[in-house]
Design a protein around this ligand. Structure first.
Ligand SMILES: Cc1cc2nc3c(=O)[nH]c(=O)nc-3n(C[C@H](O)[C@H](O)[C@H](O)COP(=O)(O)OP(=O)(O)OC[C@H]3O[C@@H](n4cnc5c(N)ncnc54)[C@H](O)[C@@H]3O)c2cc1C
Length: 451
């Protein structure tokens, strides 16, 4: 059977955490832009809705579809490299985990990354995925060009020079403006990171948080609820072959296998044991967290940037993350901390705190402001509803914007207040996709359809 024909068997889609399920009647992996165009046109002609899914790593139904789901895993790899400007054009289905090897022959790297890498490039960009570093934007801020397929199956090539208004709004668009087929990224010369992991008193850290974020290339921390300490991670960028500055000069490149082993044992093996035990006997959680935190020791190592940024996540969880103004971050964390204690909740997963530069991408969670990202998690076997609901109220009081790929409860009326160009985005959507074929019930609630 030709890949573009519509199979009739319903296939189960399940997201990474297992929280979201869908049974699209068609699931297609086209292997060319032509095949994709046939699928899009067939869906449009049949009055069906279409969702493009990357790695299914969003925690909400943002990528799920009941009619047609399309995955671009077969549209992967580099299309062109502009070596002079360090810009690289990728097929949109390229997985982040494949990018370091693809860029290596050109001596280039992604400017920054989040903490995992299975995502599709288009999937990561579409939800404003970010890493940490107050001098760095999320992925969408590094996009310099896009190709977007509309309901008629034709492709618009977008950039700051070519259709700039649509380009601007399309960079973070949750797949509701069409299917991204190609993405051009501003890359940087390959670099190493010198990683310093230090256990710190959490009160002292919060008192000094913003300066610490500003002083580092990449700073983040994990705080285990019910403990008084946090694990801080400070990463310093160093050119390949260059020695590190000051006290980092002596730090040598660490064996990749040792790094992976550490990450496996501490961040997966020990965590799994702790959350499984905590889920079976919640009253043990505070003690388990204190033991887990005391088992973590300070360390320093050097490795290629992408190896340091990324950690395999084998313990499944659900997550909510809010982007709050940088200056409000410490207060938000204090409020979450006192709420956990006053409510008597037992929370086994650490709270993760990161930062990013302001950017100019209209639906980016860091649009127009320096941002602190505060993420809360719950093990998949535990109910997250009450914890996330209350933390969300705290973050919202401080003007927080929810991550587009993580759990939240906001709809169009609240989102409009958070994004000055929200109505421009909705107007563009009505113009390019008047039937709203690139959507589902969840995205309708975000952008005010059907309400
Ligand atoms: C373990 C884990 C760790 C994570 N870590 C981070 C992190 O460090 N930082 C962070 O910011 N987020 C993080 N996330 C969230 C994740 O990066 C986002 O949810 C991201 O969107 C997932 O990418 P994906 O390829 O799985 O996309 P999906 O979840 O499959 O889709 C996301 C959105 O992209 C759209 N889309 C996908 N492909 C296309 C396309 N070709 N054209 C148009 N639209 C498209 C979909 O329709 C959907 O709206 C993490 C998630 C998990 C599960």
């Amino acid at each position: 059977m030709n890949r573009t024909e519509m199979p009739t068997r319903r296939r189960l889609f399940r997201n990474w955490s297992g929280h979201v399920h869908a049974h699209p009647h068609t699931f297609v992996r086209p292997s060319s832009a032509g095949e994709l165009s046939d699928v899009v046109q067939a869906a449009a002609n049949a009055g069906q809705r279409l969702r493009t899914v990357g790695a299914g790593h969003s925690f909400t139904p943002v990528a799920a579809g009941d009619d047609v789901m399309v995955n671009l895993d077969h549209l992967s790899g580099i299309i062109a490299v502009d070596e002079a400007n360090q810009r690289v054009r990728f097929h949109a289905g390229t997985r982040l985990r494949d990018i370091p090897a693809l860029l290596a022959p050109f001596g280039l790297a992604l400017a920054n990354q989040g903490d995992v890498n299975p995502q599709a490039l288009a999937g990561a960009i579409s939800t404003s995925t970010h890493g940490t570093g107050i001098g760095f934007t999320g992925f969408a801020g590094t996009v310099t060009g896009l190709s977007l397929m509309g309901p008629d199956g034709t492709v618009r090539r977008l950039s700051a020079a070519n259709d700039p208004e649509v380009f601007d709004l399309a960079r973070v668009s949750l797949g509701v403006l069409g299917v991204m087929t190609e993405i051009e990224l501003q890359c940087v010369p390959s670099f190493d990171l010198i990683a310093e992991e230090v256990v710190t008193d959490v009160n002292e850290l919060l008192a000094d948080l913003e300066p610490r974020m500003r002083a580092a290339d990449h700073f983040e921390f994990y705080w285990f609820p019910h403990t008084a300490t946090a694990l801080t991670k400070t990463n310093t960028r160093v050119g390949l072959g260059e020695i590190g500055p000051g006290h980092l000069a002596e730090v040598g490149v660490r064996n990749r296998i040792l790094n992976l082993l550490d990450k496996e044992v501490v961040e997966n093996g020990a965590l799994r044991l702790a959350v499984e035990l905590g889920s079976a006997v919640p009253s043990l959680v505070p003690r388990i967290n204190r033991i887990a935190q005391s088992a973590v020791s300070d360390r320093m190592y050097r490795a290629p940037g992408h190896d340091v940024f990324v950690t395999p996540r084998r313990v499944r969880f659900n997550e909510m993350e809010y982007a709050v103004p940088l200056a409000s971050g410490a207060e938000v964390i204090r409020e979450i901390r006192s709420t956990i204690e006053s409510r008597g909740w037992t929370i086994s997963f650490p709270i993760e705190v990161r930062s990013a530069a302001a950017d100019d991408v209209p639906l980016s969670t860091a649009y127009g402001r320096e941002t602190m990202y505060i993420a809360v998690h719950r093990f998949v076997k535990e109910d997250f509803a009450e914890y996330f609901r209350v933390v969300e109220l705290i973050c919202r009081r401080h003007g927080g914007r929810p991550h587009w790929g993580k759990i939240h409860s906001l709809g169009a009326s609240e989102l409009r207040e958070l994004y000055p160009r929200f109505d421009d985005f909705c107007a563009l959507r009505n113009q390019v996709d008047p039937q709203a074929m690139f959507g589902n019930r969840f995205t309708d609630s975000l952008f005010g359809l059907g309400s």
